[in-house]
Design a protein around this ligand. Structure first.
Ligand code: KG4
Ligand code: ZN
Length: 347
C-alpha cells in the first residue's frame, strides 16, 4: 500500500510518500524557522499562512520526485493534533479535500504517535513492550508502549518541555537561532564545569520532569554576567554546554529510573530533541549498562515530518486498528489531544 502523508502541526510543512514494501519514497519538509526566529518563537498566524502557501507545491513535488501520481495512492494520512489549531486546519483540510476528490480514505493521526513510532521505520524486527522517551518542543514524556495504540504515560513534565528549555534558554542568551541545535553547536566549544546549573527533580524518585527552574537560573546568571560585562562569546559556549548537560542528565536519569521501575529494557527515544548527539550517546551508554536495546529515528526524522505520519497510518492499517471503509471526512482538528485517548477517534 502507498500512503500520502501530511504534517502541519506547528511550523514545518511536510508531505511524504510511504510504501509498505519500499519504505519512504519521498519526504519533503519546509521549515519556517526564518519566519519565526526573528520573534523568538512560533507566531501561529504566520505559521498557518505559510503552510497554506507551501502545501500544494510540496505535494506536487513529492509526485514529481517519485514519478508516482495520485492514482497510485491507496490512502492519505494527516496530523489531526495536537498542535496549533490554524496550522492543523490547513493540513487536515488539504489532505481530506484531496482524499475526497480521489475517493480515498483519509486517516487522522496523533502527532506524538507519529514521533514515538518513527524509530521503527527502518527496523525489520521489533520487540514490544518498550519505553518511549518523547522529547520535543511541546512534550517530555515517558510512555510504556505495550503494542501499537497502547500508550501508558508514566511521566510528564510539570512545566516546560525539554525542547522548550533549549529554546527558551537559547533566546535568553540572545543566540542567532533560538533552538537546541544551536545550543548543541556552541556546547561543543564550551566547558560544562564552568557553570553549576540546577537539575530540577534529578534526585527525586518521581519519574516526572521539570525544567523551568533551569531557565530561571540561566536568566539570573546571564543578568549577573552582563552587569559585569562578562557575557562574551566563549561564556555563551560554556553556558550552552552546562544547559545541555543539565537537560541531558535529567533525561538520562529519569529514563534509567523508568527502566528500573518497569523492568522494560527496550528504549525508544524520539521527538526533535532526540537529534541531539550527546543525548544519543549518553542514552546509548545508559542502555548498555542495563543490557537493553535502544532505538532512535534517523536524524532527519527526529524533527517534524510527514513520513512518520504516513508510517504510523500504515502500522495502524497493518494491525487492523483502523477500518478504512468506515473512516469519515471531518474538517475539525484536535489542538489538544491526550495520547491515552488516541484510539477513541477510530471507533
Ligand atoms: O518534534 P519537534 O520538531 O517539534 C515538536 O513537536 O515540538 O521538536 C522541536 C524541538 C525544538 O525545541 C528544538 O529546539 C529541539 O526539538 N531540537 C533539539 C535539537 N534539534 C532540535 N534539541 C537539542 N538538540 C538538537 N540537536
Ligand atoms: Zn513534533
Amino acid at each position: 500500500m502507498i500512503f500520502l502523508g501530511f504534517e502541519t502541526s506547528c511550523d514545518d510543512t511536510s508531505v511524504s510518500l510511504y510504501c509498505t514494501n519500499r519504505g519512504i519514497i519521498a519526504n519533503l519538509v519546509n521549515n519556517q524557522f526564518n519566519i519565526h526566529n526573528h520573534y523568538g518563537g512560533v507566531v501561529p498566524e504566520l505559521a498557518s499562512r505559510d503552510h497554506l502557501n507551501k502545501i500544494s507545491d510540496l505535494t506536487k513535488r513529492v509526485f514529481e520526485d517519485s514519478g508516482l501520481s495520485l492514482s497510485d495512492i491507496d490512502a492519505i494520512a494527516y496530523t489531526l493534533g495536537p498542535g496549533l489549531n490554524g496550522s492543523l486546519l490547513i493540513g487536515s483540510t488539504f489532505a481530506q479535500s484531496l482524499a475526497w476528490s480521489m475517493d480515498l480514505p483519509a486517516i487522522p493521526i496523533h502527532h506524538l504517535e507519529g514521533h514515538l513510532l518513527s524509530p521503527l521505520i527502518f527496523q525489520k524486527k521489533f520487540n514490544f513492550p518498550f519505553i518511549a522517551l518523547l522529547v520535543s518542543g511541546g512534550h517530555t514524556q515517558l510512555i510504556v508502549v505495550k503494542e501499537i495504540g497502547s500508550y501508558n504515560i508514566i511521566a510528564d513534565t510539570l512545566d516546560d518541555a525539554a525542547g522548550e528549555a533549549f529554546d527558551k534558554t537559547a533566546k535568553l542568551m540572545g543566540l542567532e537561532y533560538c533552538n537546541g541545535l544551536e545550543i548543541s553547536r556552541l556546547a561543543m566549544l564550551g566547558d560544562h564545569t564552568i557553570f553549576n546549573l540546577p537539575k530540577p527533580m534529578f534526585n527525586s524518585d518521581s519519574l516526572d520532569f521539570s525544567f523551568s527552574g533551569l531557565k530561571t537560573s540561566v536568566m539570573l546568571k546571564i543578568k549577573e554576567l552582563k552587569a559585569h560585562n562578562k557575557f562574551d562569546n566563549l561564556t555563551k559556549c560554556h553556558m550552552s554546554s552546562s544547559i545541555q548537560k543539565s537537560i541531558i542528565d535529567i533525561l538520562v536519569r529519569k529514563s534509567y529510573l523508568a527502566i528500573k521501575k518497569t523492568g522494560i529494557t527496550n528504549l525508544v527515544v524520539a521527538g526533535g530533541v532526540s537529534a541531539n548527539n550527546l543525548l544519543r550517546s549518553r542514552m546509548s551508554e545508559m542502555i548498555e549498562s542495563v543490557s537493553g536495546d535502544i532505538y532512535f529515528p534517523p536524524i532527519n526524522l527526529c524533527t517534524d515530518n510527514a513520513a512518520m505520519i504516513a508510517f504510523a497510518a500504515s502500522l495502524r492499517v497493518q494491525h487492523n486498528l483502523i477500518d478504512l471503509k468506515n473512516l469519515k471526512y471531518n474538517l475539525s482538528t484536535k489542538a489538544r489531544w491526550d495520547l491515552r485517548s488516541v484510539n477513541d477517534i477510530y471507533i
